[in-house]
Design a protein around this ligand. Structure first.
Ligand code: NAD
Length: 290
């Protein structure tokens, strides 16, 4: 193996320590404790695990964490009422509604309802639009984590060819908008399931981000020698093992740097949710974002 391993777990530990210090300072200097509310509808086991992780991370950082668990058969109206109440709740700075929602619920009106100054998951279409026009408020947590990993590894995106595999509103699309912001200045290609000759497109990349949700999609022959490879994918094997979208062992022979799964992007996603909640608490009190 020749690639440098970009250790997201270690970076997450460092960033969370800094956030914990910032939270303590905010409390001491302004008597403000950032608060996050997570709304979970139903009992999807994976969603329960994710909400539990966010809750523990929040408490460990010294923030208020409120978990709101609603029954599987909750109506659209009741869910929207809960979100509206959180919008008006002074103790709460960030609101997230865990996805996926049960089939009878429509996530779009719920996301549109979340107060723009509490939209720490950045899924309100207005928040996404602000980023798209180059005037962002909150960054989506997973792409934000990818940016932090690149910055910490001192991988400069200015003028770089970045190829993102995946065009979802959660990962690929916001990441492409973040990387083309002034100051980041990447040349971005967004590939997806209809892309012709994905391998050739990927080989152009100085930085290749795999966010397709397809185990082993990116193989060594698709990676330029020395490229940075960021694996956002999380897939379960039949044995229950967590693997990414990248054939790690093969690609690590060719790449210059690579994130593992687990221990790469995943730990940074929750970390950036804490960062967004801290920023929301500051901005709501008229304090500078960082
Ligand atoms: P999604 O299903 O909404 O989008 C997947 C995208 O990949 C689509 O745009 C699709 O066109 C593209 N795609 C799928 N198969 C492809 C193929 N064979 N070739 C080219 N493009 C292909 O998924 P998502 O929500 O964006 O998540 C993507 C992956 O990232 C999933 O594995 C998800 O679990 C993971 N994820 C991880 C984190 C984390 O914190 N680590 C956070 C969010 C998502």
């Amino acid at each position: 193996m020749s690639a440098r391993i970009l250790d997201g777990k270690e970076l997450a530990t460092r960033v969370r320590a800094r956030i914990t210090d910032d939270v303590a300072r905010l409390r001491a200097e302004h008597d403000v404790v950032p608060g996050l509310a997570a709304v979970l509808v139903g009992s999807d086991p994976a969603s329960q695990v994710y909400v539990g992780m966010k809750h523990r991370a929040c408490e460990a950082a010294g923030m208020v964490s409120r978990q709101i668990e609603l029954a599987e058969d909750t109506s659209q109206e009741d869910l929207e009422r809960v979100v509206s109440e959180l919008n008006d709740d002074e103790e709460i700075d960030g609101i997230l509604v865990q996805l996926p929602l049960p089939d009878h619920l429509d996530p779009q009106p719920v996301q549109e309802l979340i107060s723009l100054d509490k939209d720490v998951d950045a899924l309100n279409p207005y928040t996404a639009g602000r980023l798209a026009v180059g005037d962002p408020t909150f960054f989506s947590c997973t792409p934000y984590g990818v940016l932090e990993i690149l910055a910490d590894a001192e991988i400069d995106t200015a003028g770089a060819e970045v190829v993102i595999v995946g065009r979802s509103n959660l990962v690929g699309r916001p990441l492409s908008n973040m990387l083309t912001l002034k100051g980041r200045d990447a040349t971005v290609t967004v590939a997806h399931s209809r892309t012709r000759d994905l391998a050739a497109v990927c080989r152009r990349a100085d930085v290749l981000v795999a966010a397709a949700g397809s185990a082993g999609l990116v193989t060594a022959d698709m990676v330029r020698e020395g490229a940075t490879v960021i694996d956002v994918g999380t897939n379960r094997t039949d044995e229950g093992k967590l693997i990414g979208d990248v054939d790690f062992d093969g690609v690590a022979e060719v790449a210059g740097a690579i994130t593992p799964v687990p221990g790469g992007v995943g730990p940074m996603t929750v970390t950036m949710l804490l960062q967004n909640t801290l920023e929301a608490a500051r901005v709501r009190r008229g304090l500078p974002r960082r």
